[in-house]
Design a protein around this ligand. Structure first.
Ligand code: DGL
Length: 271
């Protein structure tokens, strides 16, 4: 049995690489729905429909443990899928928001937390709800900023180019204008670490901690498997990773090779 990692596009690679770094022995299938990215600007119904298709597809490929390495899908579809579409005795689907929020509790010093995320994740209020649960409503000051241009720039291969600077600065400044006391910024979209250098540059001169999710999700998965040996013992241990994309194979392979800094040979699939 393999572990499935799903994202709307390349973003989940930032999670996959950290998970494989921490747990290299297992077999993985990465699925990027690049042909239909971005999800973050779509309606609840469509995100739910696409995510459910991806979960069913990965299940048919032999995955019984699936990580939604996508905040938008975690925010908009995870709970419904867990409640209505899967039998937890045969398949488990996990998201990335809960572990991130739990980790942030020990990172922020003053409780002023900023969220950078897709419009879908921001509108879902998932981070606000989860952070308030963790901190208590009185103790958290949460600001959110939608970044609708970041995923399209990354998917178009523009993340390292100068043109992206304008939109990085724009959203970071809008977030800090909402609350100048923010001491922790969550990159609440798995694509955003691919803009990390530019984000760090835009935050130069501040003491703000930038939280990317890869290490957090990897540690949380490790902990989950330690607690769920009934699943852990079923995982195959060949150390492989298969890359599947709904886009053209060569497009995904070229970009993913750059993002992961190793050769990737993707296979095109229809889901
Ligand atoms: N990586 C997805 C996330 O974490 C991006 C969503 C999108 O396709 O807009 O939200």
């Amino acid at each position: 049995m393999k572990i499935g990692i799903f994202d709307s596009g390349y973003g989940g690679l930032t999670i996959l690489s950290k998970i494989r770094g921490a747990l290299p022995m297992y077999d993985y299938i990465y699925l990027g729905d690049n042909a239909r990215t971005p999800y973050g600007t779509r309606s609840f119904e469509i995100i739910y429909e696409y995510t459910l298709e991806a979960v069913r597809f990965l299940q048919a490929q032999g995955c019984r443990l699936i990580i939604l390495a996508c905040n938008t899908a975690s925010a908009k579809a995870l709970r419904s899928i867990q409640m209505h579409n899967i039998d937890p005795n045969t398949i488990r689907v996990l998201g990335v928001i809960r572990p991130t929020v739990e980790a942030v509790r020990s990172i922020t010093r003053n409780g002023h937390v900023g969220i950078l995320a897709t419009p879908g994740t921001v509108k879902s209020e998932s981070y606000v709800i989860e952070l308030q649960k963790q901190f208590g409503e009185q103790n958290a000051v949460i600001s959110q900023q939608e970044c609708p241009m970041w995923v399209p720039l990354i998917e178009a291969g523009e993340a390292a180019n100068e043109g992206a600077d304008y939109f990085v600065d724009k959203y970071i400044h809008s977030l800090l204008d909402q609350d100048p006391e923010i001491d922790t910024v969550i990159l609440g979209c798995t694509h955003y670490p691919l803009l990390m250098q530019k984000i760090q540059r835009a935050l130069d001169g501040t003491n703000i901690q930038v939280v990317a999710q890869g290490d957090i999700v990897a540690a949380s998965l490790q902990d989950y498997l330690n607690r769920h040996t009934e699943i852990q013992t079923q995982l195959s241990m060949g150390g492989t990773c298969t890359f599947l994309t709904t886009e053209a194979e060569s497009k995904f392979s070229n970009s993913a090779s750059v993002f992961l800094d190793c050769p990737v040979n993707a296979i095109h699939v229809n889901i």
